[in-house]
Design a protein around this ligand. Structure first.
Ligand SMILES: [Zn+2]
Length: 661
């Protein structure tokens, strides 16, 4: 299946007479695939049991005549008005008990049994209609699952499902009382029926209950997706793949879990950000989200929505500058995307996304964006064929955990401390040095990495403690941070040892006290230089480790701030604070040197370098995120991989090289 470039297409928004023009323009541009129908339930079933797939079949056939295949989305993120009229109870309820209504999207409760029956009827019919269609190559389940469900759903159905989930997990109510520490504030339960979803309270919430609720919500979304996967798998041939479009570090559902039943992960990549909160997202954040999505299934992925114009609903972001859309596309490819589908073919004239721009403007006339992406596609198509399935192979891993993220969201300690924020501090340090990074779950294989960064391992259990110890003992280089080993998996503070618990032996220290740095920072001295750390400071007592840097302010000045300990054949580092950018640079210099990890290429700020590697060939991608022309020293054994590649790196330009390894 040779599919490399696509567009998200909404034929139902345009007159039938226009379709042929669209298909011809797509073919000319080099589009191989469209995604359609993920928001078109009402057009396919305008009344219960009355199905109208003929327009979709016609669009698929017309596109196929131009060599374009189709991915179909199940339209369950927007149930039509007639379903809401018949079953208003399927609309979700927030933590204040307020129902959210029809008129936008995601106005559905994902546990509601009546809604599930509507889905079963519709998805079954849709799958039966398209299972034998040779031009339908795969399915996307729903759209951006978890998106818009920030404070949803606390309806009676979800609350009941939460109780079932708790019964399954704990068996008895006594076990739940123990796990949640309900002795506090008289919260003990005598039956599961008394347990509520964590709705608005008069004051405070139980952190253990909150953590289980977040895990439950993630599991519910995974099960919601599985419900549809099971229908499609039972009807459609295995040659039709099933995927879902993730959203980077969005936190409502574990993408490690959501990815398990998918053939491959997809991702929606919007460098322009959402709703113009900022002109665009930081470059390292874009790179990190791509690496993260690759990590969810430890393999290459699709971009199901790649930005192709200004983003925005009510407000708009900046116009992508000439070259930027191509360079961002190449960034996705550099990090492991095997197909790029652009969102959207043509900006629509109606609805909430009137200003979420596409390849074509409102007028439908091919303009700057069409011409740029057309020449991009024609230029890189031969390369795409060559690198399908070839992945980045980093020496550095960052352990990513939704459990840790959820627990830190519930109690961030310092209001400015976030799990993603700390993960990104470390990621950015490597990104700036052009050292590729994998993200992996704490269930992943640590032994593949020379250097493993494990930020904020706040919740701990004996299995994970042993896994970290074994990794270092066998020669690994591990970095652990502040707030490691504080709590058990029930979000209850451990009291049988000093921090960081059983890992004290591995890092060779104990944390005897700590300081939450509100509205102040900490001076840290490393050799003769002074640096800055933020948000938190452990007060460390060495038990065998060596101090690399010391606190140089506060009442604990002189106590260790960064340490290293020999353990077995490896080294375990510990950082008792959130390093400022310069301290991070110094720290990573130390770590990468000791672990024998080196940059692909040293470049000026704003020039990103990434690689994909197979047996003895490495493909190297050089991306200029800046508005300046950059001159680089390209090693003599790197061969140019694209036709007409210039020596200089123009603003927003990219280069690709190949070398033998
Ligand atoms: Zn609900």
């Amino acid at each position: 299946m040779a599919v490399y470039f696509g567009a998200d297409y909404y034929p139902e928004h345009w007159p039938r007479e226009r379709w042929e023009t669209d298909a011809a323009l797509m073919e000319e541009m080099g589009i191989d695939v469209v995604r359609m129908a993920e928001f078109s339930w009402e057009k396919m079933e305008p009344r219960e049991g009355e199905f109208h797939f003929e327009w979709l079949k016609e669009a698929i056939t017309l596109l196929a005549a131009h060599g374009i295949k189709t991915v179909l989305g199940t339209p369950t993120a927007a149930p039509p008005a007639w379903i809401i009229e018949k079953n208003p109870e399927i609309q979700p309820i927030d933590s204040n008990g307020i129902q959210h209504h029809f008129g936008g999207r995601h106005h559905d409760c994902q546990s509601n049994a009546v809604y599930r029956e509507h889905i079963r009827r519709f998805v079954t019919k849709m799958a039966e209609t398209f299972r034998d269609n040779p031009n339908v190559i795969g399915w996307q389940i729903d759209n951006e699952l978890g998106n818009s469900h920030g404070d949803l759903c606390f309806c009676p159905s979800c609350e009941n499902r939460f109780r079932d989930w708790l019964r399954e997990k704990y068996g008895t109510i006594d076990a739940l009382n123990k796990a949640w520490g309900t002795a506090f504030w008289s919260q003990g339960y005598s039956s599961f029926e008394q347990v509520q979803a964590p709705k608005i309270t008069a004051s405070g919430k139980n952190p253990s209950q909150m953590l289980d609720w977040k895990r439950f919500c993630s599991d519910l979304i995974v099960e919601f997706q599985q419900f549809q996967i099971d229908i499609i798998r039972s009807i459609c041939p295995p040659s039709q793949f099933i995927t879902h479009n993730f959203m980077g570090f969005a936190d409502k559902v574990s993408y490690f879990d959501l990815g398990k039943s998918l053939d491959f992960a997809s991702h929606d990549q919007y460098p322009g950000g959402y709703f113009a909160q900022a002109p665009h997202q930081p470059n390292e954040r874009l790179a990190a989200e791509l690496d993260f999505v690759r990590g969810t299934k430890e393999k290459n992925f699709w971009i199901m929505e790649q930005q192709s114009g200004i983003t925005g609903w009510e407000c708009m972001g900046r116009a992508p500058k000439p070259g930027q859309l191509s360079m961002w596309s190449m960034q996705s490819i550099a990090h492991g995307a095997d197909t790029i589908v652009y969102f959207r073919w043509r900006v629509c004239t109606v609805g909430t996304e009137q200003y979420w721009h596409g390849i074509l403007p409102h007028s439908g006339k091919p303009g700057r964006r069409y011409q740029e992406l057309k020449s991009f596609i024609h230029k890189v198509r031969p390369l795409m064929a060559e690198i399908q399935g070839v992945s980045p192979k980093p020496d550095v891993g960052i352990v990513f955990s939704y459990d840790q993220e959820y627990a830190m969201q519930i109690q961030p300690h310092n209001p400015e401390l976030t799990y993603i924020g700390q993960v990104m501090r470390y990621y950015k340090g490597f990104y700036k040095k052009n050292i590729p990074v994998d993200f992996l779950s704490d269930q992943g294989d640590f032994s593949r990495y020379k250097l493993l960064i494990a930020p904020l391992q706040y919740l701990m259990d004996p299995v994970l403690e042993k896994k970290y110890a074994d990794y270092v003992r066998a020669g690994g280089h591990l970095l652990l941070t502040m707030r490691t080993g504080v709590k058990d998996r029930n979000n209850i503070c451990m009291s049988d040892r000093e921090l960081p618990g059983a890992l004290s032996e591995v890092v060779g220290l104990e944390v005897s006290d700590y300081d939450c740095l509100w509205e102040t920072s900490l001076k840290v001295k490393w050799g003769s230089k002074e640096y800055r750390a933020e948000k938190w400071s452990d007060i460390i007592e060495l038990k065998g480790a060596s101090s690399l840097a010391e606190c140089a302010s506060e009442f604990y000045a002189g106590s260790p701030a960064v340490t290293v300990n020999s353990y077995g054949d490896g080294l375990a580092y510990y950082v008792g604070n959130e390093p400022g950018e310069e301290l991070m640079d110094r720290l990573l210099e130390e770590l990468t040197e000791k672990a024998g990890v080196s940059p692909i290429l040293e470049t000026p700020e704003g020039v990103e370098v990434m690689s994909r590697r197979k047996e003895n060939t490495e493909y190297i991608f050089v991306l200029n995120h800046t508005e300046d022309t950059q001159k680089l020293e390209i090693p003599s054994d790197w061969e140019s991989c694209l036709e007409g590649q210039e020596k200089e790196l123009k603003p927003f330009a990219f280069q690709v090289y190949v070398k033998s390894v």
